[in-house]
Design a protein around this ligand. Structure first.
Ligand SMILES: C[S@@+](CC[C@H](N)C(=O)[O-])C[C@H]1O[C@@H](n2cnc3c(N)ncnc32)[C@H](O)[C@@H]1O
Ligand SMILES: Nc1nc2[nH]cc(C(=O)O)c2c(=O)[nH]1
Ligand code: SF4
Ligand SMILES: [Mg+2]
Length: 221
């Protein structure tokens, strides 16, 4: 069973798949505790806030309500809701707290592509075809060995930044893990003007890419 915070259809607003119609599956629970996290409502799994699956679909506002669902229930819901997107983004919270093989395999068998957004603090349990976006949480909870294997598995790295030290810690991580990622995105934290300026300058300097959370500028989910 997966604990679902919300399910909605939108446009992927971050990194390589920006602009791609996608169904978002947001899972409940994350122990990492990033100060600037924009989905703090997903951190705790409180049984008081357990609701029915229908009550987690296309939420009007962020909430810490969640529902249990199996891979089959998730897929059936996509069909019932007549979602048209064929790309599924599994995010959270921290989705790698769950074994994502069952849901990804079922979705692949039914013609969907899958993508995971993860902090690299838990082992990634997902099929080889799944696109993995690692947003490495450096100096946060989670072991270094797990983070290294997540970096090796990653199809893209997406790093939220606001200060020069965030750039330095990313480069230190590349040196420490010996991983030179194919695709590196810098994502300004919370659309801050100074963070955006730093990200633009750094991307040009290092030939990395910019990810600006397009959905937030558009005011969509
Ligand atoms: C909310 S997290 C959920 C998935 C997973 N826990 C992770 O951190 O990758 C999804 C993405 O949003 C990024 N993010 C979270 N808060 C942000 C913020 N305030 N500004 C920019 N990016 C943010 C994360 O680093 C991650 O890349
Ligand atoms: N449109 C849209 N794109 C996203 N890309 C990553 C998201 C996330 O919260 O993980 C996200 C999100 O919440 N909405
Ligand atoms: S790891 Fe992801 S969900 Fe967890 S606190 Fe950090 S940004 Fe938020
Ligand atoms: Mg988001």
């Amino acid at each position: 069973m997966y604990k679902i915070n919300e399910i909605f259809e939108t446009i992927q607003g971050e990194a390589s798949f920006t602009g791609t119609p996608a169904i978002f599956l947001r899972l409940q629970g994350c122990p990492v505790g990033c100060a600037w996290c924009d989905t703090k409502q997903t951190w705790e799994v409180d049984n008081v806030y357990k609701v029915s699956l229908d009550d987690t679909v296309e939420k009007k506002a962020d909430s810490d309500h969640w529902a249990d669902a199996s891979a089959e229930q998730i897929f059936n819901l996509f069909v019932d809701r007549a979602y048209r997107a064929k790309h599924v983004v599994i995010t959270g919270g921290e989705p790698c707290m769950y074994d994502l093989n069952p849901v990804c395999e079922l979705l692949h068998a039914n013609g969907y592509s899958t993508q995971i957004e993860t902090s690299g603090t838990f082992e990634i349990l997902a099929p080889a075809q799944t696109w993995v976006t690692v947003s490495p949480k450096i100096n946060m909870r989670g072991g270094y060995d797990v983070l290294t294997s997540a970096m090796q598995r990653a199809d893209e790295i997406k790093h939220p930044i606001a200060m020069q030290k965030h750039v330095a810690e990313l480069e230190e991580l590349f040196a420490k893990t010996g991983v030179t990622p194919k695709l590196v995105y810098l994502q300004p934290i919370s659309q801050k003007v100074s963070a955006t300026k730093l990200a633009i300058e750094t991307c040009i300097e290092k030939n990395w890419r910019l990810s600006v959370q397009v959905h937030k500028y558009l005011g969509i989910n």
